[in-house]
Design a protein. Structure first.
Length: 354
């Protein structure tokens, strides 16, 4: 496929528009609050008890352990078979099933349905991004990487904000939609995320380069493992790559920890009401849109390394500030600065490329 085609690049960016709704509406804005309210504060588990917030945290950790284990192997299979689009679709459908299944999480008795569905949705979202990022070198030349990646981030912010506004109306004004159930507005929001994700992803599926599968000559799992080992033999000789991947591991672990737990922290420790918290998150997303474009510009002028160092320094200060946060206005200020940290355009994207 010819590189730098606007139609193809826009189609690629639309997957961020579709997928980011999961991260904003479900994992950040609505589900953490909903989970803590619907479930009992103490949950029996393996002969003991665990708090509902701890269970939520452990479920997130379990998901990323699964993704860390599966993604390299699946990436090796995708490289060998040429089936990037197949895996992108598979993870998308997995995530959509998780979103829609959250509709059936309506009481403490259905907590395990909600937990399993949330984990399934997160696996779909995180796993899909691995193969989504892998298309970037196939559709854009190297000098366009920052610009195209920033476009994807911007699409993601705008699309997720639009859906969050719709969900916010349903949650805050259920009488407008003739809804009387206390849980139905949130559960409908989960379904809307799934439909939004699946619907807009079709644009991406139609415009990305189609798969050109190679006929497998041996067991796919074995071949995927061999591909992974061959890459490792190359990486182990490159100290810079090993340091980069290690730094990315710690960076992304910290980022996801803050993203998934910020809402629960704000609600349980700072006393944010549902509407206050969702509105705050909505405003932060709007701040992040120019952030993505600004740091893409900085990367172009000063290089990716300089841009990364600037953002990482800001991120460290934000985390220290969050540790000291005890008031709502402090949370808002820290969050406003933190919204810019989610804009590292190319370098960290590319390290997820199969």
């Amino acid at each position: 496929m010819q590189l730098n085609q606007p139609k193809t690049i826009n189609g690629w960016a639309f997957y961020d528009w579709a997928n980011s709704a999961y991260y904003l509406v479900i994992s950040t804005a609505i589900f953490p609050i909903y989970f803590s309210k619907i479930t009992h504060p103490e949950i029996p588990l393996l002969g003991g008890t665990i708090t509902n917030t701890a269970l939520y945290s452990f479920s997130v950790a379990a998901v990323y352990i699964i993704i860390a284990a599966l993604s390299p192997l699946l990436s090796g299979i995708a490289d060998f078979t040429g089936r990037r689009l197949y895996f992108l679709k598979s993870f998308t459908f997995t995530g959509v099933i998780g979103c829609v299944s959250l509709f059936f999480f309506h009481s403490p008795e259905t907590m395990w349905i909600g937990t399993a569905a949330f984990m399934l949705g997160t696996i779909g979202a995180a796993g899909g991004l691995v193969f989504y990022d892998s298309f970037l070198p196939l559709i854009a030349s190297e000098d366009k990487f920052d610009q195209v990646s920033a476009k994807g981030y911007s699409y993601g912010y705008i699309g997720s904000v639009l859906l969050l506004i719709i969900c916010l109306l349903v949650i805050q004004k259920p009488e407008w939609f003739n809804i009387s159930s206390a849980t139905l507005p949130s559960r409908l929001s989960f379904v809307m995320v799934g439909l939004w994700w699946l619907g807009f992803a079709q644009i991406t599926f139609k415009r990305l380069p189609p798969d050109s599968p190679m006929p497998p000559t041996e067991n796919l799992l074995a071949r995927g493992w061999n591909e992974l080992m061959s890459v490792w033999q190359i990486i182990r000789q490159d100290q810079d790559t090993k340091k980069f991947l290690a730094s990315y591991f710690f960076y992304i672990a910290g980022v996801h920890t803050v993203i998934y737990l910020a809402s629960i922290f704000a609600a349980s420790e700072l006393g944010f009401q549902d509407f206050e918290l969702i509105l705050t998150i909505l405003l932060l997303q709007l701040i992040a849109i120019p952030g993505a474009l600004s740091f893409a510009r900085l990367s172009k002028l000063k290089g990716n390394k300089f841009s990364l160092l600037v953002q990482l320094c800001i991120w460290v200060l934000i985390c220290l500030g969050a540790f000291l946060t005890t008031k709502k206005w402090e949370f808002f200020v820290i969050g406003g600065n933190g919204a810019w940290r989610h804009t590292i355009p190319f370098a960290f994207d590319l390290c997820q490329t199969p």
